[in-house]
Design a protein around this ligand. Structure first.
Ligand code: 6PG
Length: 252
């Protein structure tokens, strides 16, 4: 699969383009399916995009009551913790748009990691039972097919909370896993590649010179997904887009 790479001059124009991309996909999904199911990325890069989506210029173009917000991964911390991906998205976007609370589906970082993963898988089963549009299934339940999964990429090539040399990379059954990430000395809950690759659209947002070498390895280097988990992301029947700035794309 060849990935589509869209390069922008700086982080500001990257965020603008990513916000435009979100609105375009949201409007398309809502027009065709009356709903837009999106899994948000965590970390820091997407914050600028989320903040733009909260502005009148962008927010007015999205039928928010038809949007359902999920997360690709979560740190195992309470929702008001500074490291919470839910908190970041709530502060930057969710508190500023007319999204009904019932349309927000967080991973519960405040409960035990294993229970949070099981709870989230139940949430996915219930939500996508009738509107997956995807292929494949697990014991009769259709694999969730998000309209959009937003992802970041770490400087070590991880994405979501799929970290190098972890068993989660090879998960062939579960849709959500909880695992202790040694080099972070922290627990994480993450969608597995099974669900991410079932999405209609997967979009990476990558910014900064610090990502340039890894991005070159991920996109142009040999396939070594155990070291470069972002290479696992190859949508089965979906569109993969990398939205990057010039600094991150410098070695491409
Ligand atoms: C997380 C994210 C993670 C993130 C990358 C990039 O919970 O941290 O899901 O996968 O996207 O680490 O993070 P930055 O955007 O902060 O560089």
């Amino acid at each position: 699969m060849t990935a589509e790479i869209r390069t922008y001059s700086d982080a500001g124009s990257l965020a603008q383009a990513a916000a435009e991309h979100f609105v375009t996909l949201a409007r398309k999904a809502i027009t065709s399916r009356s709903q837009f199911a999106v899994a948000l990325a965590g970390g820091s890069t997407p914050r600028a995009t989320y903040a733009l989506l909260a502005t009148e210029e962008f927010a007015a173009r999205v039928d928010w009551p038809r949007v359902h917000v999920f997360w690709g991964d979560e740190r195992c911390v309470p929702p008001d913790h500074p490291g919470s991906n839910y908190r970041m998205a709530r502060e930057a976007l969710l508190d500023h748009v007319p999204l009904p609370a019932r349309n927000v589906h967080p991973i519960h970082g405040e409960i035990s990691p294993e229970e949070a993963a099981a709870d989230y898988e139940r949430t996915l089963r219930a939500f996508f039972a009738w509107n997956s549009g995807g292929r494949g299934s697990r014991d009769g339940a259709p694999i969730p097919r998000f309209d959009l999964v937003l992802l970041g990429m770490g400087e070590n090539g991880h994405t979501a909370s799929l970290f190098p040399s972890t068993a989660a990379l090879h998960e062939q059954t579960r849709w959500v896993v909880a695992h202790y990430v040694e080099n972070l000395e922290a627990w994480r809950v993450t969608l597995t590649p099974i669900v991410i690759n079932a999405a209609a659209n997967v979009t990476f947002i990558v910014s900064g010179a610090g990502k340039a070498e890894r991005l070159q390895q991920v996109l142009r280097g040999p396939c070594r997904p155990d070291l470069l988990p972002a290479q696992l992301i190859r949508p089965t029947d979906g569109r993969l887009v990398w939205v990057v700035d010039a600094a991150a794309a410098a070695l491409l």
